[in-house]
Structures are given as structure tokens and as C-alpha cells.
Design a binder for this molecule. Structure first.
Ligand SMILES: Cc1cc2nc3c(=O)[nH]c(=O)nc-3n(C[C@H](O)[C@H](O)[C@H](O)COP(=O)(O)O)c2cc1C
Ligand code: SF4
Ligand code: SF4
Length: 260
């Protein structure tokens, strides 16, 4: 497979998917790297065209066993041309459900050839005790092993069209989409504006950072994680109990799963 350039492309409100995708893109070889951060509205709105000698590494976090719903708007603007692509999902050690399958299906639909996929565990963005500090050193070793397998596949494949369709885990119909929680601020707000700056969908009211537009918010947790005073939070008791309970139901360490 002839590769001219690598593009790392990710949606990553809390930054973990970005780190994973960039690590893979940078370690595959000595190629020019382009980075597309889909947290930015302008990058989601822009059309991204890829050629057959581009290699794309694309990653999304898993939201309730699926891709984030806003990936639908993203895929409308991605166009491949038999472009080889590595599909990555990151998840908080519970389950990744149908997200990797959904990512593969979307990529095929826009003209990409999925040469490999992986589900990689990342610290849970709603509970730092779940998959704390992951990917960690053990994960890194497995990620490097995966990168070597990727390099081998890229080198030994003459024609991308000779590759059979990649199998990845997941089921049809996909898990139904779930409603998400909407965080708000309280009196601890010191008006620093970090939450609004980091919100990927501009859902936070710039003249009152305590307020959130529930129609825009995708429940990504970024505003909660960047807030320096703990002002922004989800205030639903059932949700708070669910997130605490993840320390029990997601306590057993899962390992990276790769499909190649
Ligand atoms: C709305 C939402 C739903 C999530 N659902 C799942 C899930 O189904 N399974 C899981 O293991 N982790 C789940 N997580 C955790 C994220 O997948 C994980 O923290 C991810 O690495 C965040 O990526 P980021 O750092 O790039 O934003 C969810 C997180 C959010 C915000
Ligand atoms: S990040 Fe927290 S403290 Fe800063 S404006 Fe937002 S709610 Fe207020
Ligand atoms: S307001 Fe919603 S979409 Fe914006 S950062 Fe907070 S959780 Fe994410």
C-alpha cells in the first residue's frame, strides 16, 4: 500500500481519544501528519476529502455503547476515495457495545477502506476512579504492538481492494441511542469562561456560564472536567448513583481489543 501522508482525525471532548489517535498516527512511520480536531465546529462543518494514498487514523469516544450522535453530522463531510483508514474507539472500561461496528460502517459508507480497528480503554471522563490514568504503561506496550501489526499489514498489502471486509465486534441492530444528562453551573462559578471555551457544541451561555442549552448539549462532560471550582455538574441523583456504581461494574480491568 502506498502511503503519502497520514491524517489523524478525532472527536475528543476530554482529550483521551486525541492522545491515542495521535500516538498511533505518529508511530506508524515517517510520514507527513495532518491533524483534524473535530471538537471545533468549523472543522466539523468543513468538507474533508481523502485520496487513495492518504492513510487516515480516526477516533471517537464511546457514548452509551454507540458513537456520539453528532458523528452523523461529521460523516456528511468526510469523503474517501478507497482511502485506507484505521478506526479507533476509546471507552471507559465498561463496554464499547456497537460503537466500533458503527464507526466501521460509517467509514465504508463514505468511501473509506477500513484496514483495522481497535477499542482502547481510557480513563472514564465521568469518574476518574474508573480506568484511572488509562491508557497506562501496559496499554502503551499493547498499542505499540498494535502499531507494529499495522505497519506489517500496510507494507504487505499491494492492492487495498484485495483486502476482505474487516470483521469488528458489534451487533445489528445497534444499541438504541440513549438520552444524555445536561450539566449546569452553580454559585461556585467564578466566571472564568473555561467551560464555554471547551464546550464542543457551544451549549454554554456566555453571559451566564451556569446555564446550558439542553438542545445543543451532548453530555460529553468536558465542561465539568475543566471547571476549576466544581461549579459545573450533573445534578441528577440517579445519574450520580450510576456513575458511582461504575466503580463496581467496571472494576475488572479490560484490555485493548484489536481487529486486523
Ligand atoms: C455521554 C457519555 C457516555 C459514555 N458511555 C460509555 C460507555 O458506554 N462505555 C464506556 O466504557 N465508557 C463510556 N463513556 C466514557 C468515555 O467513552 C471515555 O471516558 C472516553 O475515553 C472519553 O473520550 P475523550 O477523553 O476523548 O472525551 C461515556 C462517556 C460519556 C461522556
Ligand atoms: S468553568 Fe466553572 S468557574 Fe469557570 S465559568 Fe464555567 S462554571 Fe464558572
Ligand atoms: S455543556 Fe454539554 S456539550 Fe458542552 S461541554 Fe458541557 S457536557 Fe459537553
Amino acid at each position: 500500500m502506498k502511503i503519502n501522508k497520514i491524517t489523524s482525525i478525532y472527536f475528543s471532548p476530554n482529550g483521551t481519544t486525541k492522545k491515542i489517535v495521535n500516538k498511533i498516527a505518529h508511530e506508524i512511520g515517517n510520514y507527513d501528519i495532518q491533524e483534524i480536531n473535530l471538537n471545533l465546529v468549523e472543522n466539523r462543518m468543513m468538507e474533508h476529502n481523502f485520496k487513495s494514498d492518504d492513510l487516515v487514523v480516526i477516533g471517537f469516544p464511546v457514548y452509551a455503547d454507540r458513537l456520539p450522535e453528532l458523528s452523523k453530522e461529521i460523516f456528511k463531510n468526510i469523503k474517501g476515495n478507497d482511502t485506507p483508514v484505521v478506526a479507533i474507539v476509546s471507552y471507559g472500561n465498561r463496554e464499547y457495545g456497537d460503537a466500533l461496528l458503527e464507526l466501521k460502517d460509517n467509514l465504508m459508507h463514505v468511501g473509506m477502506k477500513v484496514i483495522s480497528g481497535a477499542a482502547i480503554i481510557a480513563e472514564h471522563c465521568f469518574n476518574k476512579n474508573v480506568a484511572a490514568n488509562r491508557p497506562d504503561e501496559k496499554d502503551d506496550l499493547q498499542i505499540f504492538d498494535y502499531i507494529n501489526k499495522l505497519k506489517y499489514k500496510i507494507n504487505k498489502t499491494n492492492s487495498i481492494n484485495s483486502l476482505p471486509e474487516l470483521y469488528v465486534k458489534g451487533n445489528y441492530p445497534y444499541n438504541p441511542l440513549k438520552t444524555h444528562q445536561v450539566p449546569t453551573g452553580d454559585e461556585k462559578c467564578i466566571l472564568c469562561g473555561l467551560c464555554a471555551e471547551n464546550c464542543p457544541v457551544n451549549a454554554i451561555n456566555e453571559s451566564n456560564f451556569r446555564l446550558t442549552d439542553g438542545d445543543l448539549c451532548i453530555g460529553c462532560g468536558s465542561c465539568i472536567n475543566v471547571c476549576p471550582t466544581g461549579s459545573r455538574a450533573i445534578r441528577n441523583e440517579e445519574f450520580i448513583a450510576f456513575i458511582k456504581n461504575l466503580e463496581i461494574i467496571a472494576s475488572q480491568r479490560k484490555e485493548i481489543e484489536v481487529f486486523i
